[in-house]
Design a protein around this ligand. Sequence first.
Ligand SMILES: N[C@@H](CCC(=O)N[C@@H](CS)C(=O)NCC(=O)O)C(=O)O
Length: 232
Amino acid sequence: MIKFFYHPSPNPAKVALFLEEAELPYEMVPVDTRKGEQHTDAFRSVNPNGKTPALVDGDAVIFDSNAILLYLAEKTGRFLPANEPAARGDMYSWLMFVATGVGPYSGQCVHFRHFAPEPKTYAVNRYDFEAWRHWNIINDRLSQRRYMLGDTYTLVDMAVWGWAGVVPFLTGDPEAWEKLPHLKRLFDEINARPAAQRATALRTRHAFKTEMDEAARREMFPQNARLDATAS
Ligand SMILES: N[C@@H](CCC(=O)N[C@@H](CS)C(=O)NCC(=O)O)C(=O)O
């Protein structure tokens, strides 16, 4: 049975959605990152990068959410576009756009807006700008087609869905959804799918730590130890 190393956050969410859409049997293995479980030797032997999600499927070990989506799509032959160069080219481009742009800029936007110490005006301005720029590109694309790759729901929509859920939080803008109506339309459509509801419910299957207290900050932001050492 597939082992799915999970934390209730955007990158694992996309993988949960794929597993549920494909109705693949899996065992959810909680990795409580606010308690530092991503730093254990056991988890590092699965994902040397020490982040969720990760997957073990027999002798295949896969980490990084978008790599896992591709792995599962190839394994099942599902949620992929047509097997011809133009369609596959589109898929790789948009999947990597989410992997290398949407995810990292959104994540840094959350970090600097909500968790970084002052002064942070420069960093918030940069990451807010880049996050909006990426989300607007997705919104524009979705203004012309139902799904990211056209008429068919694919793994790229799942990748987008994982991060879309935190758009109001990461932008800090209560009107974010009004500004991204086409993204909101896709987000609502996917949320209404039974698989998305099961994927979302996964977060309630384990009592994950929710407080971002000092101990959680130490585990999540280990770089701060260097600042403390410099200050003392
Ligand atoms: N590129 C990785 C990023 C993974 C990632 O940043 N995961 C977050 C949850 S969304 C995490 O586990 N954070 C814990 C930490 O940074 O210590 C992916 O797409 O899977």
